[in-house]
Design a protein around this ligand. Structure first.
Ligand code: GYE
Length: 337
């Protein structure tokens, strides 16, 4: 957009200089810019329009992810139509349908749950609007319904959490009672993190998951579930929460029950957002597996390629690390989200 404006200004100057001759060229230039417009936005602009159907604003991770997408769109000159589905699949489907109607150039979305997307994805495909999955996967058998999937390997994240616990429990002689606070029921990160964790801990028969329930990836959900766990189980050694927010809610419940989080009950979470990392530095959480919400730049890059008809990899996996309490203390001050 800016580029075109500048071109036009330069053009007008040259127009003044060689008035009659450049008249023709100006018409030609305007024409070619119009013809170069990408996709079906119908605006006559060559700026890409992206419809982004976000899950909601359930966690610190999600807030950071939304900011990343919005800032990267601005930087990349992508016009962003943004919607927040408040963690409801029907709202996300509605948003996608409205993007199809508006003839955006590309649709990106983070599916709240894995199943139930085929119909609306087929509608996008029929309208020739490419779809990019970002952050979470769908379980559609037909891989032609989307161009690529950008996001973390959630099974790997669950494994890392479990492997830390296996190492940490090496010297324990008694059973280690674990309670699991799952993410949103039916979501890819909840399904996969549960699977990865279970796989890692099965090497040690002392490690037992005695209760597992969804806290919907929210702080209040984590608190409520932990309150119930504490009421029903006298002996809890470890909490595995599928995200930081649930872990932070669990901390509140543990403290309210007169116990010391991080000591009486160890806590493992996933995400590594600022509040989680602060609790890790303060010794209230014991270990965090990183899940990066900073997907914006890669998403815009993929979107441009997809709209230009270039091929993109089927899967783009985010690189991530893990944090102990000591490591959290070192990076906390410079953590960007
Ligand atoms: O871990 C959680 C958020 O899909 C990876 O969703 C994302 C998860 C993230 O609500 O905090």
């Amino acid at each position: 957009m800016y580029l075109r404006l500048r071109e036009e200004i330069v053009f007008k100057k040259s127009l003044l200089a060689v008035a009659a001759a450049s008249m023709l060229t100006l018409t030609a230039c305007g024409g070619s810019a119009g013809a170069g417009a990408a996709g079906g936005s119908g605006s006559g602009s060559d700026k890409i329009t992206m419809g982004f159907a976000q899950v909601g604003a359930e966690s610190g991770w999600r807030t950071a992810n939304t900011k990343s997408v919005q800032e990267s769109a601005k930087k990349a000159g992508v016009e962003l139509k943004f919607s927040d589905a408040q963690q409801k699949q029907e709202n996300q489907i509605k948003a996608i349908r409205s993007y199809i109607q508006q003839k955006v150039d590309v649709i990106a979305f983070s599916p709240v749950v894995e199943s139930g997307w085929d119909t609306v994805l087929k509608e996008a495909k029929n309208a020739k609007i490419p779809v990019i999955l970002t952050d979470r996967a769908v379980d559609s058998a037909d891989k032609s319904l989307y161009k690529t999937f950008l996001g973390s390997d959630f099974v790997e994240e669950g494994k890392k959490a479990g492997e830390w616990l296996v190492a940490d429990s090496k010297s324990a002689t008694d059973t280690v009672n674990i309670v699991e606070i799952q993410g949103t029921t039916g979501s890819a990160p909840a399904n996969d993190r549960k699977e990865g964790f279970a796989e890692a801990i099965k090497s040690d028969p002392k490690l037992k998951v005695i209760a597992s329930q969804s806290g919907d990836f929210t702080r209040s959900g984590g608190k409520q579930v932990m309150e119930a766990f504490l009421k029903n189980n006298a002996d809890i050694d470890v909490v595995f929460a599928h995200n930081d927010d649930e872990g932070l809610g669990a901390i509140e419940a543990i403290e309210a029950a007169g116990k010391v989080p991080g000591k009486d009950i160890k806590i493992i979470t996933i995400d590594a957002v600022k509040d989680g990392m602060t609790a890790l530095s303060n010794g209230k959480i014991n270990f965090i597996v990183e899940c990066s919400p900073m997907l914006g730049d890669q998403l815009m890059e993929l979107a441009k390629k997809v709209v230009a008809g270039e091929s993109v990899p089927e899967r783009v996996v985010t690189e991530e690390t893990t944090f102990t309490q000591e490591q959290a203390k070192q990076v906390l001050a410079t953590r960007p989200y």
